[in-house]
Design a protein around this ligand. Sequence first.
Ligand code: FE2
Length: 202
Amino acid sequence: MASKKQGNGARQSNSDTRGAGRLAQQAAEGTLLYETKNPLPGETRARAIELLNHRLADCIDLQSQTKQAHWNVKGPHFIGLHELFDQIYEATEEYVDLIAERVVQLGGIAEGTVRVCAERSTLTEYPLVLSSGEEHVAALSDVLAQFSGKAREAIEELEDIGDPDSMDILTDVSRGVDKWLWFVEAHEQTRPASTESARSQR
Ligand SMILES: [Fe+2]
């Protein structure tokens, strides 16, 4: 009897493995949705989940980059920047949670492992050799601005597909990131750009 039970268990285990493999493949193809009473159409939810998971990868990357800056910054403005970068890290942790939980609310799977995010993030990789406050300010303001731009693109697409609540979440997040961009960038904005150069940037 014992061996028969083991046999059944082995068969069960194999079919579980195959089932998990199938689910993983569906998740990778973006076709896996949990049933939900959320009234948005399945097609809208699927596209919103895809958009949000990409911004989730960026946001987790951004979060780790702020900690990298917090740990390694040196120079005369050390304490101010060290503390500012940690504040941005804590705020970004909340943004990550907001985006990931919206994915799950829509019936999706929040794809937020370090390995997935490393492959998927669109942000510039943070150079490990940075040292001075100026270097960290330049690098972190770059990625904050990149994140903000990508969030806006996603907001526009979410408007097109009709998901105002996901738009609202990303608007909230991008508003916060814009504030942190100001806090970081103010360290290098010593004088306004001339009207001429501001015009040429338009
Ligand atoms: Fe710390």
